[in-house]
Design a protein around this ligand. Structure first.
Ligand SMILES: Cc1cc2nc3c(=O)[nH]c(=O)nc-3n(C[C@H](O)[C@H](O)[C@H](O)COP(=O)(O)OP(=O)(O)OC[C@H]3O[C@@H](n4cnc5c(N)ncnc54)[C@H](O)[C@@H]3O)c2cc1C
Length: 344
């Protein structure tokens, strides 16, 4: 049996209290649904002395429309420019939200493909953004890792994937993030002394040990997603061993903006579960703009293939994973769904 270590459990009721707890205790960690943190604690990957529980903080819950200044407005209001999702909103709530389904189908699809129903009922969007990176040599029990001499990400000094001691390449594995990047989303980060807003793309860095710019005393308070226009269609596909529960072996999100004559104006494509941060595929507008999507889907898929190089950080053959990149990019592009207007 894997036992937990001893820790103090704090239940703040406001965001300010939660931020103050994190500031006060250097070895504190926030916990939302606990679906990632608890297994990791049982594996001794994290041993915080204090947990700051976020689910009782009302300000962190809910999904609402807002105007350009961030003020809540009624659904369907002509002033609505963004959708705001509180960090403690569960993945089931995101996946089932009529607002998310209508305005940004790829995000509803991505949230609906995280793990299985029980985990989606408990796991949150904020926890998904801050999900720890994953690796064959890291997500193991203490005894397993000890037998191998540990690894660069935790307790050791060598990466068993690259066989050097320079850089951890554990995989970014959160499903909602590729969709959020293609949608141009931003996160509000709150600490005891400041609030700052960062794009979801620059939120991540290529360092598997800690792959985000969030400081340990900062909380993700909410995610802000600009409402895509009616000319934008979005989609999400994921490769996993068991469709009922597993983390992605590859995840692909696409957002394509069309002209009135159905030719492509702009393509945004993100592939993840490769390295420590999601990969934004570049050079697509030049390749696709002005053409019909079915005519350029293959070229877009091949551009992704060229830029994506899976590593041995997940227990599946990297060459096979690479071969699947163009297959699933084509599927994502062919399955794009339009944004629908929301009734007031
Ligand atoms: C069997 C299994 C299958 C899974 N499959 C998938 C999958 O397919 N796709 C996927 O994406 N995930 C998967 N997960 C991981 C996890 O369930 C989800 O990523 C979930 O969204 C995590 O959210 P949580 O609220 O439970 O996070 P927690 O476990 O509470 O926290 C995760 C991390 O985020 C930090 N954190 C949480 N909330 C905040 C916040 N508001 N601000 C700052 N830091 C915060 C915590 O300190 C911790 O480091 C799986 C987990 C299990 C056990």
């Amino acid at each position: 049996m894997l036992r937990l270590h001893e820790y103090a459990y704090h239940r703040p009721s406001t965001l300010a209290q939660a931020a103050a707890f994190l500031r006060e205790h250097e070895d504190a960690m926030p916990i939302a649904g606990g679906t990632d943190l608890m297994p990791n604690m049982k594996h001794r990957l994290f041993t915080p002395r204090h947990l700051v529980a976020l689910k009782g903080v009302r300000e962190l819950h809910g999904i609402w429309m807002a105007d350009a200044e961030g003020r809540p407005v009624a659904t369907g209001s002509p002033d609505a420019t963004q959708l705001v999702i509180g960090a403690c909103t569960t993945l089931s709530e995101v996946a089932r939200s009529p607002m998310v389904q209508a305005a940004m189908p790829s995000l509803a699809q991505a949230a609906g493909q995280v793990a299985g129903p029980q985990i989606r009922n408990q796991g949150t969007l904020g926890g998904n953004l801050c999900l720890d990176t994953r690796c064959t040599y890291y997500n193991q029990s203490f005894f397993w890792r000890q037998a191998l001499g540990f690894c660069l990400k935790k307790d050791g000094d060598v990466c068993h994937v690259t066989r050097t001691g320079k850089k951890c390449v554990a995989a970014h594995s959160a499903d909602t993030v590729p969709a959020l990047i293609t949608l141009g989303a931003q996160v509000d980060l709150v600490s005891a002394d400041e609030t700052r807003t960062v794009g979801v793309d620059p939120f991540f860095v290529a360092d598997g040990q800690w792959n985000m710019v969030r400081r340990r005393d900062e909380l993700v308070a909410r995610v802000r997603i600009p409402l895509p226009g009616a000319s934008v269609r979005t989609g999400y596909t994921k490769v996993r061993q068991r469709n009922s529960i597993d983390f992605p072996l590859l995840s692909i999100a696409a957002a394509v903006e069309f002209e009135a004559d159905e030719t492509v104006r702009r393509v945004s494509l993100v592939v993840s579960a490769l390295g420590s941060r999601p990969r934004v595929v570049t050079g697509l507008d030049k390749l696709a703009a002005g053409q019909r999507l079915d005519a350029v889907a293959e070229a877009v898929a091949q551009q992704a293939f060229k830029q994506c190089h899976p590593l041995e950080n997940i227990i599946v053959d990297p060459d096979w994973r690479r071969a699947m990149v163009p297959v699933y990019v084509r599927r994502a592009l062919l399955g794009l769904a339009p944004a629908r207007a929301l009734a007031a």
